[in-house]
Design a protein around this ligand. Structure first.
Ligand code: DCP
Ligand code: MG
Length: 367
């Protein structure tokens, strides 16, 4: 019997961008459970619920020690009734019935399998499930028309569902760097996304490429690519307001053909891009998702901050900027609504300073 007064009550700021969140946390069972419910909500087109579960999980990630009872959580932000119920269930019964039920449900399993296909989002998966398609086999038998991305995704399904390691990310980084620099001398390539935050594996590898204005050419390496252009440059006045969710960068979602480690050897850096591609064609290789983002140097710091993640950390930064500072932050720019002007920055540190925030390094942005 623990005296309630002796129980440590936690306190954390409500914005994730005011907290330092490392990769490891003291409550992984609880955060995994809430993350699974978040994922299920996101896959079910319930983004609001998804964000609520992500926020709740992130608050628990920031706690300095394991939670032993719900009384410790009193007064913590972002923990709604639903999340608290899940937490209590786990603390008292060792598991949450809702989480276990979700994990086992045919619908959740089908949504996972189908959205694991490159090029397939929640909406498409939902439509297929309504047509009775729950597995890859059923999809192939169904005669559904697949677009080019989905065909490539299905073809490389097994490879793409294998997590990408840091070593593979680095190997791809060298190849991308070599290819980009050969057409764009002076171009700078930066690893972004989860790997920049210190993750040891990822579902893809994300790179930010800075260039004056040229478009990169990596055709020889890519099994599949879809590019979008940066239309932000044409936007003249007012805060950056993209017309859709699609970011205004030149962006390339691709599937990369990476030769096996023993084939890559140490000679990789001596090969021209063409040699490397030929080498890959004659040896064993695996497909890897690679996300390339290209930004003009003037937007580089904003792109770096905006593409390092985590997704929740980014969302919270933008919420902080808008609600607390009357500023609009995007991965292109920071606009001060009171001064009516854009604030220029050449480093992430400067952006944090504009926002009145203590600088948080990438390894502590794992909210
Ligand atoms: N990003 C974002 N909002 C999106 C998509 C992306 O803020 N809707 C940013 C934050 C992400 C980064 O881009 O961290 C890269 O996106 P990923 O989906 O690749 O996420 P991670 O790299 O963090 O995870 P993983 O290790 O699974 O690749
Ligand atoms: Mg990533």
């Amino acid at each position: 019997q623990i005296d309630e007064a002796e129980v440590v009550a936690f306190s954390v700021p409500s914005y994730a961008c005011l907290r330092r969140t490392t990769l490891d946390n003291h409550n992984p069972v609880l955060t995994d459970a809430l993350s699974l419910l978040a994922e299920n909500a996101e896959l079910s087109d319930e983004d609001g619920r998804g964000v609520a579960f992500r926020r709740a999980a992130a608050v628990l990630k920031a706690l300095p020690e394991p939670v032993t009872g719900v009384t410790q959580l009193r007064g913590l932000p972002c923990l709604g009734g639903h999340s608290l119920r899940v937490i209590r269930d786990i603390l008292e019964n060792g598991a949450s019935s809702e989480v276990e039920f979700t994990k086992q449900s045919e619908r959740f399993k089908a949504l996972k399998v189908l959205t694991d296909i490159f090029g397939v989002g929640a909406k498409t998966a939902e439509r297929w499930i309504r047509d009775g398609i729950h597995s890859l086999h059923q999809l192939q038998e169904s005669g559904q028309t697949l677009n080019r991305a989905q065909q490539a995704g299905l073809e490389h399904y097994d490879d793409l569902k294998q997590p990408v390691t840091k070593a593979e990310a680095d190997a791809i980084g060298e190849i991308v760097e070599e290819a980009v620099v050969s057409v764009l001398p002076g171009a700078q390539i930066t690893l972004i996304g989860g790997f920049r935050r210190g993750k040891l594996t990822g579902h893809d590898v994300d790179f930010l490429i800075t260039h004056p204005e040229e478009v990169l050419s990596l055709q020889g390496f890519l099994l599949y690519q879809k590019t979008t252009r940066n239309s932000y440059l044409e936007a003249k006045d007012g805060p950056a307001r993209p017309a859709s969710n699609m970011d205004r960068f030149e962006r390339c979602f691709s599937i990369f053909k990476l030769a096996d480690a023993e084939k890559r050897g140490t000679k990789q850096t001596e090969n021209t891009p063409e040699d490397t591609c030929r080498l890959a064609a004659h040896s064993r290789w695996r497909a890897v998702r690679v996300d390339l983002v290209v930004s003009p140097i003037s937007q580089f710091a904003f792109a770096l901050l905006g593409w390092t993640g985590s997704k929740l950390f980014e969302r919270e930064l933008r919420r902080w900027a808008g609600h607390e500072k009357a500023m609009s932050l995007s991965s292109h720019a920071l606009y001060d609504n009171k001064q009516g002007r854009y604030l220029k920055a050449t480093s992430e540190e400067e952006i944090f300073t504009y926002l009145g925030l203590e600088y948080i390094p990438p390894s502590e942005r794992n909210a």
